[in-house]
Each structure stands twice: as C-alpha cells, then as structure tokens.
Design a protein. Structure first.
Length: 233
C-alpha cells in the first residue's frame, strides 16, 4: 500500500469551476483540504498557473487531463506536465498511452493514473461504446495491463476497488471518483459509493467535487468526509 496515513490526505477535491470560484474555494477550504484536482474546465481557463501556485504552497495537485493520443504525443505531453510540480496526471488506460505516459514521466516524481472505465458508465453505456462485456471486465483487463506497464495508480469506481487491488497489485494507488454520501445528488455519476464504503473497499484516495463545492458550507462538507474516512480506517 502506498496510501498516506493521514485521512485528510486521502480526500482530493475536484476544482470543477472557473478560476475565480476555484481561488475562492481554496481560500474557504484552507487547511481542511490538502489535495486538489484540476481538470478540463479549470485547466483550460487559468488552472495551470493555479496548479503551480498550489504546488508551491505545499498542496498536492492532481492534473486530470485524461490524455490519449499517439505515443509520441502522450510521452512529450506528460514530460511537459511533469515540470508543473503536480503529484498525479490521468491518462486513459489504453496500452500505447500507458506505456508512453510512463516513459514521459521518467524520474520526475509525477505519478501516472490510468482511468479504467469512467464512473458515469454502466454496462449499457459500455455496450453502446462497443464493448461486448460488462464494465467490471473492462476495469479488470485495464488494471492488469496498467500493472504490466508500470503505471502508478488506477482510477475506477470504489465498487471495483477490490478487483483492482487484486489485478494491479499492492503498491498501486487506487483513486476513486463517484463518491456520494447518503442523500447527495448523484448527477451524471452511475457507479457511486459512499466515502466510508470506498475506504472499506480499499480505495486509497477519494475524489469529490460537487458534494463539496456545491455545499452551503464547503469546509464543513470536506471535514465531514474526512471524518467518514477516518472512521472507516
Ligand atoms: O479522472 C477522474 O477524476 C474521474 C474519473 C471518473 O471515472 N469519474 C469522474 O467523475 N472523474 C472526475 O471526478 C470528479 C467527480 O466530480 P463529482 O461528481 O462532482 O464529485 C470530476 O472532476 C470528474 O471529472
């Protein structure tokens, strides 16, 4: 297991918002959050500078760009991202892409996370995308390949965390979005799990966006999730 010991460091808050709201959220969340995710919405609108600033201030940063392209482009792109000081970057879990990303990160310290099957997909969505087997099979196959290519972590639903641990081995980080507490709006997520159940299933990190940023008191919402993580450990 590579998981950090402090329950607080296992919560990754997804800053899916504009730059002004992201800066306000970071100020409001203060010491309650140590790890932030910057994806398409913020990354393409000033978020890279914020990523560098947060990393410089001692926060952990996860760049969620879900890269997928020809090997040369992925390798060079990851090498460029490695200079920003982030802890994680996502790529889609295709063999060429995973190999290239691992080559591109080199010894930089940036860790490659392979996205197996998006948490907004269920078996019907997988069938619509042309897969003749259930989502869990896709996750199983991709986790096994990720291990073979030396990928550092796996993104999946916590519903598959046990399966991923079995396939990907003891040292890979398991990162789980699709986290919802009882009563939360599910939105477009389909494979959702509560914070406590995600930890009990073996997740190392929980990615949470709207349930925190959309809460009346985001700091209290973050603290409540950290408490649920701590209780489940
Ligand atoms: O790579 C991700 O972070 C990711 C993978 C996945 O399968 N599902 C998923 O929801 N995510 C991201 O996790 C975050 C979840 O946000 P909320 O649904 O608002 O909690 C979003 O930023 C998604 O882009």
């Amino acid at each position: 297991m590579t998981a950090p010991l402090d329950p607080r460091d296992r919560l990754i808050v997804a800053l899916d918002t504009d730059i002004g709201s992201a800066e306000a959220a970071v100020a409001t969340l203060g010491e309650s959050v140590t790890f932030y995710k910057i994806g398409y919405q913020l990354g393409f609108a000033g978020g890279l500078a914020l990523a560098e600033r947060l990393a410089g201030e001692g926060k952990q940063v996860f760049l969620d760009f879900k890269l997928h392209d020809i090997g040369n482009t992925v390798e060079k792109g990851v090498a460029s991202l490695a200079r920003l000081g982030a802890a994680f970057v996502t790529v889609h879990a295709y063999p060429q892409t995973m190999r290239a990303a691992v080559a591109g990160r080199g010894e930089s310290g940036l860790r490659i996370l392979a996205v197996t099957a998006l948490t907004s997909y269920d078996d019907a969505d997988a069938a619509e995308a042309g897969y003749a087997f259930p989502v869990s099979e896709l996750v199983r196959m991709r986790a096994q390949q990720a291990r073979a290519f030396g990928v550092d972590g796996i993104v999946c639903s916590a519903a598959e965390a046990g399966l991923v641990r079995e396939m990907a081995g003891p040292t890979v980080s398991i990162v789980t979005p699709g986290i919802r507490s009882a009563g939360d709006e599910v939105g477009d997520q389909k494979r959702v799990v509560t914070p406590a159940d995600a930890i009990l299933a073996g997740a190392d990190y929980l990615v949470v966006g709207r349930p925190i940023l959309g809460a009346e008191d985001p700091r209290a919402a973050a603290e409540a999730i950290v408490a649920q993580i701590a209780n489940a450990l």
